[in-house]
Structure formats: structure tokens, C-alpha cells
Ligand binder design. Structure first.
Ligand code: ATP
Length: 212
């Protein structure tokens, strides 16, 4: 279980959110919503330990993540705004590289996975030559190779068309049904069963509040 207690995030002396608490249990998909600039990415960076909260704590399996970083990262798949792909490598090479590095024990065919994400016929083209949506699909294909219970996905649907969104939604549902956990930000509706779905709405920044 992931537990956030009284998180406060400050950027450039501006409070983005204050006293934010929530939990995420196995089998849950948490949809983080809110207007541009409200602090969704900043929250995700706290959750993955890329920055530290001004106040508050984040617990993974009841341990503060700052004290169990190594084991936390073994349980975490984070897909942020940047694709993390190597542009000079092909889609296949990127996935093979990811698989060998992170999940050598997951037995999955990289060619089949690229077909699943709609990239049949584009497997051997350098990623730099693919469209924005196709590059995003290669990046998202890494989810199929992950055996991590916790997925944190920052706007994964950017540049993805409707059919691609459907494929990803199905994967999120399957992950949650297998007791996985998902935290996802997206500006669009998420079509997943109510039984798996939780929502966290970040409100407008507290413009008048300043922390020093
Ligand atoms: N490293 C940083 N230094 C200074 N300000 C930052 C930093 N990171 C984010 N901010 C500011 O914090 C605010 C929230 O940014 P963030 O990217 O978290 O918003 P968001 O909710 O993800 O927005 P969007 O929906 O547009 O992606 C913005 O005003 C941004 O300028």
C-alpha cells in the first residue's frame, strides 16, 4: 500500500498543495485530475522520490520511501513526460534494452507487444523517425514488461489516439484486477470499472499562500 500523509508542495515560494493525504491499495486506480499548473507532475515527482515534500511523508508498505529507496524502486514503474527512449535505436531495440535491464524474467515477445500497441510494421525504424504518438506508444509498451505492482503514469495518453487509449485502459484494468496499483494523470475521462476507480482532484494553487 502507498500512503501519503499531509503532503505540502512548494515551488518558487508558492504553495501548490497543502496537507494532502491519500492512500492507494492493491486493486486501485487513482486518477489525479486538476487544471494545468495545479501541481500534478510535482506531486508525481514527490511520489517517485525525484523531489522532497516541503512537509509530510510518503510511505510504501508502511516504510517512509526516503528510507527504503532501493526496494521502493524495485516495485515502481514510473512513466513521466519524457519518453526515456533512445532515439537512435529502433522500437524493438528500445524494448529489448528495457526488458534486459529491468525485467529479464518477464517472458514476453517484444514483436507481439509492439503489435499490441499498434506498431506492427514500424518495429525496425529508429524511434527518432516515428511520429509523436508512435514514440509514445513505444514508451508505453514498457508497461507490458513490468512486473512492478505500482505504476505511476504522468499523462500517458498525450498524443495517443482513441484506439490506443482503449488498449492502455484495458491494460490498467488488468493490472488492477491482478492486485496492481495505478496512479495516473490525464485530462480525459478514464473508462475503467467504478470498483477499481478512485479520483483525486487537485484544486487551484493557493495563490495567496507563500512559504519561505
Ligand atoms: N522545478 C520547478 N521549479 C519552479 N517551479 C516549478 C518547478 N516545477 C514545477 N513548477 C511550477 O509548479 C507549478 C505546477 O507545475 P506542474 O508541472 O506540477 O503542474 P501540472 O498540474 O502537472 O500541469 P499540467 O497539467 O500543465 O501538466 C507550475 O506553475 C510550474 O511552473
Amino acid at each position: 500500500m502507498l500512503e501519503c500523509k499531509n503532503l505540502t508542495c512548494v515551488r518558487e515560494q508558492r504553495v501548490l498543495f497543502d496537507n494532502l493525504s491519500f492512500t492507494l491499495s492493491p486493486g486501485e486506480i487513482l486518477h489525479v485530475e486538476g487544471p494545468n499548473g495545479v501541481g500534478k507532475t510535482s506531486l508525481f515527482r514527490l511520489l517517485v522520490g525525484l523531489s522532497s515534500p516541503y512537509a509530510g511523508d510518503i510511505y510504501w508498505l508502511q516504510n517512509n520511501i526516503s528510507t527504503v529507496r532501493e526496494s521502493y524502486y524495485q516495485h515502481l514503474l514510473y512513466l513521466g513526460h519524457k519518453s526515456g527512449l533512445k532515439p537512435e535505436l529502433t522500437a524493438i531495440e528500445n524494448l529489448q534494452y528495457f526488458q534486459s535491464l529491468h525485467n529479464p524474467n518477464v517472458e514476453l515477445d517484444v514483436w507481439e507487444t509492439l503489435t499490441l500497441v499498434g506498431l506492427a510494421g514500424y518495429e525496425t525504424i529508429p524511434v527518432a523517425q516515428l511520429s509523436a504518438g508512435q514514440q509514445r506508444r513505444v514508451a508505453l509498451a514498457r508497461m507490458w514488461f513490468s512486473d512492478c505492482p505500482l505504476w505511476i503514469l504522468d499523462e500517458p495518453f498525450t498524443a495517443i489516439d482513441k484506439s490506443g487509449v482503449k488498449v492502455i485502459e484495458n491494460l490498467l484494468v488488468k493490472h488492477a484486477e491482478n492486485n496492481g496499483m495505478v496512479i495516473i494523470s490525464t485530462h480525459q475521462d478514464l473508462n475503467v470499472p467504478d470498483t477499481l476507480y478512485k479520483r483525486l482532484m487537485l484544486e487551484k494553487p493557493i495563490a495567496e499562500a507563500f512559504y519561505v
